[in-house]
Every structure is written in structure tokens, then in C-alpha cells.
Design a binder for this molecule. Structure first.
Ligand code: 5GP
Length: 219
């Protein structure tokens, strides 16, 4: 994603982000009938995509979640092959050159992240529900490649809450925080491009709503 050149304050470009008047389930009717086989979950930095997908993994083990490749370093507690495939720049170049990624993006202007294509295709061919948790640029590429997928935007309850979460997480330095905030402003403005908006005011509720859109039953 490109960071905006302007807007030095912690405000989204089109004013504060507000909850919609109507619940998104009443507003949107996804294309096609029946459960979507591929669901793409995107949303701004620190909105809680990772927490929602972890909750989903725990409570709905039938849902397959793609493991992305990334060139960024592994953080403490992360496991190679589980949270990401941690690869070198050269290895990532090879994936791109051979067309092995369904989508990829440089996130926050820094590291590259991408979705290995073959596992997604195999899971979909087996009729299993699949989820990608990726950034906005990646979601746009998937829309081009697989327009039949369902695109879900995970939104914070408010802009103030998003900023609080970004600061509260405290894992990034000041420069990185500003970079992520700038990206978040751009990403929030993309909400209307998505089929569904889910507000992450409560993780389990947000997960349940996501699952209801995916047509998956609990186990
Ligand atoms: P983090 O480094 O904090 O784990 O993730 C940073 C960002 O990269 C998140 O917004 C996450 O959604 C995004 N991301 C993770 N995997 C992929 C991927 O495979 N493709 C794209 N486009 N973005 C990804």
C-alpha cells in the first residue's frame, strides 16, 4: 500500500468513522445463494483480524485459514508454517516469478506478504470453507482473480478505539505506529468496496457473524 503524503493528524480522510445506522446483515445481500466457499477478511491495522481468526480457528476447526508467506522477521511466539511461512526476499521473488501467489502486497511500505495459491485451490476443490486474512491491496487482487469470493471488512467500533488499540498494543515503535495509522486511514475509506462490514466490538460476536456469512456451523 502507498502511505498518504498528507493528513498528519490521527483522523481518517473523510471524518470520523461511525457505526452505520443499520446492521450490515440488513443492508447487504451477497452475490449468489448458499455459503461462500472463499471468504476474504480485510480491515485496518490493529482492528483485530488476527484475534478474530484465532477465535475462529479455536471454535470452528472446520474452517481452513490460509497461511501466508512473508518476508518479515518472526516475532516471539510465532511458529513458522503456522502463523506464517517466514521466507527470504529471494524465496519470495521466486514465488512471484513462478506465479505461485494468489495475491501479494508490500504492507505498510515495508515487508511483502502473499497467499500461496495452490493450498487455497486445493481446499476449495475439496469443498471446504476457506478464509484469507489479508490487507486491502491483497483483497483487491483476489476480487480480480476470484470475484465469486465474499469480501468482509472488519471495522473498529470507532476511529478512537482503533487508535487506542494501535497504541495499546505497544509492539511497534513511534515511526512504525505512524506508518500503520496512515495505512489505517486509507484502509477505513475502502469499506464501501466490501460486501459486508463486521464491527469488532466483541471478538466472539464478530467471529460468529463472520461464520454466519461463511455458512459454517459450529462444532
Ligand atoms: P503482521 O505483520 O502484523 O502479522 O501483519 C501485517 C498485515 O499484513 C496485516 O494487515 C495482515 O492482514 C497483512 N497480511 C498478512 N498476510 C497477508 C497476505 O498473505 N497478503 C496480504 N496482502 N496481506 C497480508
Amino acid at each position: 500500500m502507498t502511505d498518504p503524503q498528507h493528513d498528519p493528524q490521527d483522523q481518517p480522510p473523510h471524518g470520523p468513522h461511525r457505526r452505520r445506522q443499520h446492521h450490515p446483515l440488513e443492508e447487504h445481500h451477497p452475490r449468489g445463494e448458499g455459503p461462500a466457499r472463499l471468504t476474504v477478511l480485510a480491515g485496518p491495522t490493529a482492528v483485530g483480524k488476527g484475534t478474530v481468526s484465532a477465535d475462529l480457528r479455536r471454535r470452528y476447526p472446520d474452517v481452513w485459514i490460509s497461511v501466508s508467506a512473508t518476508t518479515r522477521a518472526r516475532r516471539p511466539g510465532e511458529v513458522d508454517g503456522v502463523h506464517y511461512h517466514f521466507v527470504s526476499e529471494e524465496t519470495f521473488d521466486g514465488y512471484v516469478e513462478r506465479g505461485e501467489l494468489l495475491e501479494w502486497a508490500r504492507v505498510h511500505g515495508r515487508h511483502r506478504y502473499g497467499t500461496p495459491r495452490r493450498p487455497v485451490e486445493e481446499v476449495l476443490a475439496a469443498g471446504r470453507p476457506a478464509l484469507l486474512e489479508i490487507d486491502l491491496a491483497g483483497a483487491r487482487q483476489v476480487r480480480e482473480a476470484m470475484p465469486e469470493a465474499r469480501f468482509v471488512f472488519l471495522a473498529p467500533p470507532s476511529w478512537e478505539e482503533l487508535v487506542r488499540r494501535l497504541v495499546g498494543r505497544g509492539t511497534e515503535g513511534e515511526e512504525e505506529r505512524e506508518r500503520r495509522l496512515a495505512t489505517a486511514r486509507v484502509e477505513l475509506a475502502a469499506e464501501p468496496e466490501f460486501d459486508v462490514t463486521i464491527y469488532n466490538d466483541d471478538v466472539q460476536r464478530a467471529t460468529d457473524e463472520l461464520v454466519s456469512w461463511m455458512g459454517v456451523r459450529g462444532s
